[in-house]
Design a protein. Sequence first.
Length: 185
Amino acid sequence: MSSVIKEKAEKPPAPFPSDRIKRLPTALRAELDLRIAQQDFSGFRDLKSWLRQRGYSVTTDKVQYYTGKLEERLAAVRMASEQARAIVEASGDDDVDMNQALLRLVQQHLFTVLVELNRVDLNRANLPALARSVAGLARTSIEQRKYADEIRAGLAEKVAAVTETVDRATAADSLRKRRRKSSAC
């Protein structure tokens, strides 16, 4: 083997910027994410070496940054899962209560996003999309309340009709009992 080819073969891969970690081949990034999620590494240098073995050179700082961001997202997913589980347990089979609780949860998260926007450049934020989300939530909440009110009104009408029928039957029964007593005397 010539010295040029040998030198090229032994040369480590060029550094790979952290924003390009997201551009790793899908299967490799999925394996990296899985290792991070399962904490299947002894340190960030271990992950760096693992990536280098696969032909990607990334600094330890970039691996640490990516790992931190992924762990934040995983924690958010876990919290959302716990919140969803709590909502389902609290609402039971009542879809209206569950939807209202989910709407409140989404509104809370949107509010958090809006508060966080004060800390970053507002030009980078997608304010129209946030505004549409808030408007959509408000519209959904109003429609849900209308639906619940319509259901309650329909139930109230049915209860009133049943009550009226029971009252008439009770009055008719009382009248029959009086007539029987008066005819028996």
